[in-house]
Design a protein. Sequence first.
Length: 306
Amino acid sequence: MANDEHLAILEQGVEVWNNWRCENLNITPDLSGVDLREVYLVGANLSAANLSCSNFGMSNLSGTNLCSTDLSWADISFADLSGANLNGANLSSSEIIYTNFYKATLTGACIKDWKINDKTILDKVVCEYVYLGENQMKRRPINGNFAPGEFANLYKKIIENTDLILRKTPDNDNNINNQGVQFYSNSTIHTWQNLRFRSKTEIKIAEALDRAGVLFLPNSLARLNTPNGRANKEADFLICYNGKWGVLEVDGPHHTAERRVEEQERERIFKRNGIKVVERFDSERCYNNPDEVVQEFFKLIEIGYS
């Protein structure tokens, strides 16, 4: 979980942040799991920081120092990292779709299971070697270094051989699908147990429900009655607990104030169709304490059907 003090300093701007880093060389910044989409951090010193599971989508990180930074499970899709220093960075399981790495340095980075597409820019990347496993395992090339420009020329082959590419299917192939989450070219989709999710937070809840051993349907379309007739409606999690049904919603970035009226109407529709319990939980809490959230939801189901 991110350190609130570190986040507050970063929010004051790059100059304040870099000065703080210079004055606190022994502190490892913790910005894990924070939502920093569309931020301007050009030239920021984020070296050795914990940025795991953070969202930097569409942010400007050009020229940043990300040397030895933990970016595992981070979402940096559509971000600008041109000229950034990612020497020794951990990019395992990160989302780098449409990311711009033009003239960035990637020597010694861990790229295990990173998710990339053909729109990711690796032109003129400086990269002598990478690791396909964590803890500096599976060095590529095994001996020696890539020649200048070789990594950019060979990365597609490396990705195919190590199962690193996130394959997108055309929208028209997914028009018929009982799961509400669709693949679109500009969206990031997360998978777990061959199921699709909109965020890593939803996966945390799915894992907690799995540990609890209950029946649940994640992001699935339900056919039910609406004021305008029969229609398909989606819940984040439709859960059966001790024979009682409920809906658990994870509030995240896509749950905006503008959509709240629409969401409230959808909740009323589920309740009119016999789902007595529909509860929403904050995404940060769901990510950090998924088992606690699930157990609280079970209690609310018991109360709702008592």
